[in-house]
Design a protein around this ligand. Structure first.
Ligand code: DAH
Length: 347
């Protein structure tokens, strides 16, 4: 009878020592200690007690208890070991190599043209210019007539126009109609000075080439006051040039013609030729053309509600994409609207 107990103990310990998983451990426990549904081998062994002779019974009972306690102790040790093993395995499986470089996160960004317009707006804001919005779909009256170009005026040929099916409604060919709108809406019937820029898309019915698109941005500027002179225009343009490109802020006016300004000029800023950047931007001349400009024509002042004998003002219209092309050495204006990520991701 004692032999049976010893065999049971040896078997149980041998099986226990081979166990490495919690599932096997639970099965082992059920086998020897029983489950809700079945008796365990140890309980079976206890039933032998009834078959043992009276004299041997105390020794058998004592041994049976020893076996049970020994197995319970071994089980507890094993249980600790198994849970440690399983935890280690889990950690190995989910191990993180903290020395690996991170994966780059894809981030959106502003379109280069928007970035450029914001830079320009920021510089003019520093000089007291507010941003004023003016519609892309315009009337012929605003785009031409009120800018001193009546129907059949030959200067209209400077702007190839997209017409709509509605007579008198066009896509603006430049941001200059915003001059009339801002004077009328902000000028208080010719009683208040104004200082605004008008950024926005313009449209021209033109052959698309590397240098000209049929849609592009302009930034119009207009300042109306009681004592504004050409010198103020020079100062503002020079300051803009210096803040945008560096350089010393020197300005060169070349005489030009626009029906809505008198006198009219084209504006170059002096960047010099000292740095490779300045030489690149100016093709070695030191001068970068940035804008058409001039003193607002008396007729245009009147159309905006101002008395030209008391009020004067300057206006300019620059091409921000041209500025950006020079700044970033972009050689094809079509890149701006082609939505090619290889281009856009560089900004
Ligand atoms: N609107 C002109 C153009 O598109 C540019 C321009 C010239 C704007 C002179 C002005 C200006 O405000 O004074 O070619």
């Amino acid at each position: 009878m004692l032999d049976q107990l010893n065999t049971l103990e040896q078997e149980a310990l041998a099986q226990l020592s081979a166990i490495t998983t919690n599932d096997d451990l639970v099965a082992w426990q059920g086998k020897y200690y029983g489950t809700k549904r079945s008796k365990g081998a140890l309980d079976e062994a206890m039933t032998l007690l009834g078959k043992v002779s009276k004299e041997d019974r105390p020794a058998f009972g004592k041994r049976a208890n020893e076996v049970k306690q020994g197995l319970t102790a071994a089980y507890e040790v094993k249980k600790g070991e198994v849970s440690r093993l399983e935890l280690e395995a889990k950690m190995r499986a989910g191990a993180i190599d903290v020395t690996l470089p991170g994966r780059p996160v894809q981030r959106g960004r502003l379109h280069p043209s928007t970035q450029n317009l914001r830079n320009i707006a920021k510089i003019f804001a520093q000089m007291g210019f507010e941003v004023y919005r003016s519609p892309d779909v315009e009337t012929d009256e605003m785009n031409f007539e009120l800018l001193n170009m009546p129907p059949e005026h030959p200067a209209r040929d400077m702007w190839d126009t997209f017409y709509t099916n509605t007579p008198g409604v066009i896509l603006r060919t430049h941001t200059s109609p915003g001059q009339i709108r801002s004077m009328r809406e902000l000028g208080g019937n010719g009683t208040k000075p104004i200082r605004v820029i008008l950024p926005g898309m313009c449209y021209r019915y033109e052959q698309v080439t590397a240098r000209s698109e049929m849609q592009f941005n302009q930034v119009e500027g207009i300042a109306i006051g009681r004592n504004i002179t050409l010198a103020d225009l020079k100062g503002v343009m020079g300051e803009f040039g210096r803040r945008m490109f560096g350089g010393d802020g020197q300005i060169r006016f070349r005489g030009s013609y626009f029906p809505f300004t008198e006198p009219s000029v084209e504006v170059d800023v002096y960047l010099g030729t000292a740095t490779p950047q300045a030489r690149m931007l100016t093709k070695g001349t030191g001068w970068l053309e940035i804008s058409g400009a001039g003193m607002v024509h008396p007729t245009v002042l009147e159309n905006g509600g101002y008395d030209p004998r008391e009020w004067s003002g300057f206006a300019f219209g620059m091409g921000p994409e041209r500025v950006a092309m020079r700044l970033h050495n972009i050689n094809d204006i079509r890149n701006f609207w082609a939505n090619d990520l290889r281009f856009l991701e560089q900004f």
